[in-house]
Design a protein around this ligand. Structure first.
Ligand code: CMC
Length: 424
């Protein structure tokens, strides 16, 4: 018997089955051949929360959670964060290779010249209540974009797909900044095509009276790093939503609105806000031992620690920690950093966290940086959605062009009542 097979004996029938093993997996549809008799539907696998189910083959992002490795198209994320800007990495994630100088110039120009939104989008956003949550505005506005580009439903047309991809990557910073300005009661600032992707975003966020806004190069660079670290993370909750919705062949704007909605949840893109609340609640480094004891007693979690995939230091957290120091040189030190550093030091020496392999994740430091930049907590999920746009779109494109994929439609185990008749 080749080691490429799995042999299963069904004790109900005594029959044996040989299932091929490919890439460390067996195809769930192979189980369907295992039947008690010809009328039997066949065996299924049961996997709530898809803990052990590969839903796709992918060439985009590799993660080894035990070793703390994260690579986009084979490049370690720390090298990309050090040497590239966000648009270079976006190109890599989408097209598989880093752009040469000429390709980068064209790509940067294409993105830069799609940053404006239709005036009706602005009017639509202005209709939200003065205190609308920016993420709610972001999700709704991304969905609304589909009505401006009806051709976007031609998802099998490569040129058409690329046009929507460019539009979305270009317009999400504008929508994000408009939602922030709306929340603050400030006039919306139009894009400035002379600035970089992150420089323009800072301008749309923070320009007040000046004729020309000059972004601080340290903050511009720190945002590039943060955007690179958040660009993709393989089959996470929101990406899975993007693929599932897109599998119905709906346009990418509608699919991405659904993905952004998934990101909005506190267990996903909302965790950095929870970290900030936790650090504020602790209030002082002296209170940390007591807080740690409460966590160990099961009275709450250490937010920003632990990960479904990483059972080692999240490589993104390490890089973000360095970026935080750079940002604080410009903005002044966020007093919550001292609490975070001490909390991390104590937790990493504590048997409770060591034995459970709980390490800081990407959200442990990102909120502290965003707060130092002057962003309200409600903007944190939006700051995650801007760079994740490229990951969602690359994964969507991979799904749409994958001949093995169909409309996503899981099975269920029905445990409710079977047919019963109404009383006569
Ligand atoms: N603080 C204290 N204990 C924890 C924590 C934590 N942050 N995370 C896990 N544990 C414990 C948990 O109680 C369990 O202990 P026991 O074995 O005694 O029951 C053990 O560690 C295993 O945890 P789990 O809940 O089975 O792990 P999971 O893979 O289901 O959960 C997680 C992963 C990220 C939801 C969880 O670690 C958590 O809630 N962390 C805090 C929230 C957070 O920081 N989320 C951001 C995730 S990264 C950003 C993103 O990708 O969106």
């Amino acid at each position: 018997m080749s080691e490429q097979n799995l042999t299963i004996t069904d004790e109900r029938t005594g029959k044996s089955y040989t299932l091929p093993i490919e890439n460390g997996t067996v195809r769930a549809m192979e189980l369907r051949k295992i039947k008690t008799d010809t009328d039997d539907f066949g065996l299924m696998s049961y996997d709530p929360a898809l803990m052990n189910t590969a839903s796709t083959k992918s060439t985009i992002t590799f993660i080894d959670g035990n070793k703390g490795i994260l690579e986009y198209r084979g490049y370690p994320v720390d090298q990309l964060a050090e040497k590239c800007n966000y648009l270079q990495v976006a190109y890599l994630i989408l097209f598989g290779e880093l752009p040469n100088d000429e390709q980068l110039a064209v790509w940067t120009h294409d993105i830069t010249y799609h940053t404006f939104v239709h005036e009706s989008i602005k009017t639509l956003m202005q209709a939200f209540r003065y205190d609308a949550h920016p993420m709610g505005m972001f999700i709704s506005t991304v969905a609304a974009l589909s009505t401006f580009y009806p051709e976007a439903n031609k998802v099998d047309d490569a040129a058409d797909r690329l046009a929507q991809i460019k539009r979305l990557i270009a317009k999400v910073p504008t929508i994000a900044a408009f939602s922030y300005r709306h929340n603050r009661g400030l006039p919306y600032v139009y894009p400035n095509n002379e600035l970089s992707y992150t420089g323009n975003f800072l301008s749309m966020m923070f320009k007040i009276g000046e004729a020309k806004y000059t972004p601080n190069p340290t903050l511009e660079r720190a945002l590039d790093v943060l955007f690179i670290l958040h660009a993709d993370h393989e089959q996470n909750c929101s990406t899975n939503a993007m693929r599932a919705i897109g599998s119905s062949r709906v346009d990418p704007y509608s699919a991405m609105a659904g993905a952004a909605a998934a990101l909005y949840g506190p267990l996903h893109g909302g965790a950095n806000e929870a970290v900030l609340r936790m650090l504020s609640h602790i209030g002082d480094t002296r209170n940390i031992p007591e807080f740690i004891q409460q966590v160990k007693n099961g009275e709450g979690k250490l937010m920003g620690f632990g990960h479904r995939i990483y059972k080692n230091y999240d490589p993104r957290a390490r890089i973000i920690k360095r970026a935080a120091e750079d940002v604080f040189k410009v903005t002044g030190r966020n007093r919550l950093l001292d609490i975070a550093l001490e909390l991390e030091r104590i937790a990493l020496e504590d048997e409770y966290f060591i034995s459970r392999k709980l390490y800081p994740n990407v959200d442990f430091y990102s909120g502290i940086i965003y707060q130092a930049m002057g962003l309200p907590m409600t903007m944190f999920p939006v700051m995650f959605a801007i760079p994740r746009t490229v990951g969602w779109l690359a994964q969507w494109q991979e799904m749409v062009t994958d001949p093995e994929q169909k409309i996503a439609r899981p099975r269920q185990i029905f445990v409710g009542p079977r047919r019963r008749d109404l009383a006569k």
